[in-house]
Structure formats: C-alpha cells, structure tokens
Write a protein that binds this ligand. Structure first.
Ligand code: NAP
Length: 284
C-alpha cells in the first residue's frame, strides 16, 4: 500500500519547519524509518516564514502534532514559544527538535550529539586535538558545546567578533580551553578544522578559508551535507574529510527516538538520505 493510503485518524504527525524548506532531506529519512518499523507516523515539511513562527508553534498543540524539527532560520527564535527547554538545548541556545507530550511542548537540541556520533562513526577521536570552528551561529554553538569537554583546545573564528567573543566566553565556563582566532592564515596548526558557516552551499561561494596551508592528515569537517569545494580541495591536500551528512543523519536518529521511544534502523535512514540526495541532484 502507498504511504498516503496508510494515513488514518490515528497516524501521528511529525515534520520540519524552516524557511525555505523545499530542499529538506529529512522527510525521506524519517518516513523510511517509520515504514521499516511499521510505525503509524508520518513526516511532512512545513514552510514557515519568520512572521508565522508563533502561530506555527501554537499549531503544534492545536493540531496535536507529535514532534517537529526546527531548521534555519527558527532554531533560536522558537525558544520563546516553548513550554520547556531541555538543559542541553538551553546551554546551546538553540532548539532543533520539539516534542509534544500531551499538550506540553518541549525543546531539545540533537545537533551536537549528532555531530559527535558522526565523528565516532568516522573513527575520529576529538580528545587531545586542537580544533578550529569557523562560524558562530547555531550549528557552531551545538558543535562547540559538544566538543569543549573532549578537545584539547577549541579556537573560534567568525566574521561578527561580538558573536565569537560571546561564544568563547560561554564555552570557557564549561571548560577553560577556548580561544578566539583572529585570522585564518595558520589553519595548518590545527588537528581539525570545522566549517560551520553556509559558505559552500552554493557553487559560486568563496571557500571559507585559504586551503593552501592545509597539511596531509589534518581533518576537515564541513557541516554542509554535500561534497563541497572545501572538501574537494582538502582531499587534494590528502586531508581526512567529513561532510555534514553523518551529522544530519544522527541528529535525525536522536529526534526519531525522542518522538517514538524507539531506535530507528540507522542504515534505512542513511540509504533514504543518499537516495534523496541523488534525486535532488538529478531533478532539482
Ligand atoms: P546560522 O545560525 O545562520 O549561522 C551561520 C554562521 O555562519 C554565522 O556565524 C554567520 O556569521 C556565518 N556566516 C554566514 N554567512 C557567512 C559568510 N558569507 N561569510 C562568513 N561567515 C558567514 O546557521 P547555522 O544553523 O549555524 O548553520 C551553519 C551551517 O551548518 C549551514 O550550512 C547549515 O546547513 C549547516 N548545518 C548542518 C547541520 C547538519 O546536520 N549537517 C546541522 C545544522 C547546520 P555571523 O555570525 O556574522 O552571522
């Protein structure tokens, strides 16, 4: 039976809000995982403009939606409209997953855990490493929060200095090992460099930094989930490269667990993501 025919009065609705949202891969991976476990759930994208955010969050209760992922540009602003915020999400200052439990809506952040799990899957141990994060937005905060206790040192670079300084200060309250980095000419001295900016999403984007001083064996992680020019250049320099696909997958796995109380089949979700990416490349 096709998925649409299975939807009935008891089906639990989950989905994602963002603006824009057309290119999201999350419906493919969540619906495939529901199907594989025969769970009566479905996952749909909701385009929600910034002006409509409060109404959209109220609608979670009104429409009895079980859970929502939150993506750009709502991860921070959404916090004002929730009944409760989990400690990790409050520390990060951003929510990417909402759970509606009997009318009470609670915000979580699974991005940081997703990032750490993707590192583990790539057999990368952040311990004893000097790590540079470029960017100071929601993703940089989630990744920084997860890495700060494990890494030897964290350095942060961003174009808005006040944002960087604020994040440096907040992370240093967890472990005093965080510095701000004022120029990107010395990327060769870090064990791992993480791009947490959107630079690379579009073909015409400049590289987030000059890759000429990269050395073989350095780890370059781009949170963007496709193979970016940064990763291509880093591969040519014989760096270890990681795309954001693993983080996207694992943040979804942890959100799925929060909504259903079940662990999904991770390979089903991964394959659905890869298929959806191929489809987008071919048709969009
Ligand atoms: P965000 O909150 O908007 O933050 C973006 C950061 O990048 C900000 O620090 C911003 O600088 C900086 N930035 C934006 N445009 C820039 C430019 N042209 N030059 C230099 N810096 C620039 O976005 P986010 O949620 O952190 O997302 C960042 C990236 O991570 C996106 O590409 C997103 O797709 C990716 N991401 C991936 C996953 C995953 O699961 N793989 C999850 C979350 C995010 P300012 O501080 O000056 O604004």
């Amino acid at each position: 039976m096709g998925a649409a025919l299975k939807i009935n009065g008891k089906t639990k609705i989950t989905g994602i809000i963002g603006w824009p949202i057309e290119h999201t891969l999350s419906p493919a991976m969540h619906n495939a995982a529901y199907e594989s476990l025969s769970l009566d759930y479905c996952y749909v994208p909701f385009p929600v403009s910034p002006d409509a955010l409060e109404d959209a969050i109220n609608a979670i209760k009104a429409l009895n939606i079980r859970g929502i992922n939150v993506t750009v540009p709502h991860k921070e602003n959404v916090m004002a409209y929730l009944d409760e915020i989990d400690t990790e999400a409050a520390c990060i200052g951003a929510v990417n997953t909402i759970v509606n439990t009997e009318g009470r809506i609670i915000g979580y952040n699974t991005d940081g855990r997703g990032f750490m799990q993707s590192l583990a899957e790539s057999t990368i141990d952040p311990g004893a490493k000097d790590i540079l994060i470029i960017g100071a937005g929601g993703a940089a905060r989630a990744v920084g929060y997860s890495l700060v206790k494990k890494a030897k040192s964290l350095s942060l670079f961003g174009r808005t200095k006040e944002r960087v300084e604020k994040l440096v200060h907040n992370l240093n309250t967890i472990k005093n090992s965080v510095l701000s980095c004022n120029d990107l000419s010395a990327v060769g001295r870090y064990h791992m460099i993480i791009n947490a900016t959107p630079l690379g999403l579009r073909k015409e984007d400049p590289l987030p930094f000059d890759t000429s001083s990269l050395k073989p064996g350095q780890i370059v992680y781009d949170l963007i989930y496709k193979k970016t020019r940064l990763l291509e250049q880093a591969s040519k320099k014989r760096c270890v490269t990681v795309s954001g696909l693993g983080m996207l997958l694992w943040q979804g796995v942890f959100a799925f667990e929060l909504w259903t109380g079940r662990m999904p089949d991770v390979d089903v979700m991964r394959n659905a993501l890869l298929q959806a990416m191929k489809y987008i490349r071919k048709f969009k």
